[in-house]
Ligand binder design. Sequence first.
Ligand code: DQA
Length: 144
Amino acid sequence: MKIKVINGPNLNMLGIREPSVYGAENYQTLCRMIEEHAEKKGIAVEIVQSNHEGDLVDMIQDCYQKFDGIVINPAAYTHTSVAILDAVKAVSVPTVEVHISDVSQREDFRQLSFIREACIKTISGRGFQGYLDAIDELLRVLGE
Ligand code: DQA
């Protein structure tokens, strides 16, 4: 079982950006938590991050026939990107959408998620734990 974790813009700034919203832990800590969880579950995980929409589309396309599941936090592109939605639909790889903050309790412009309709589940407001829960959800759905 191989899972790709894809992170969008500004998530590399975790720990620095708005700690009251995203917490004090940095991106390296998030990656370490995901890797440790994957190791515990006996699966392979690859974690990538980009600040660029086209790169994120490329990263999703790269999953075609190579990965069993995708965990994605498209960050701000959640609320703007039809291209990222289309890429997830194109590859037909089971995908879980994750947000560190509880977007449902934030600004109106964050209430729309283009990608949500292509995802098997959306996890929001659980901090870094949301990524681990997303991996567990994929394991459950994929029956492993
Ligand atoms: C986010 C929520 C988005 O609205 C925001 O643009 C982000 C991070 C989250 O993880 O809570 O950059 O996806």
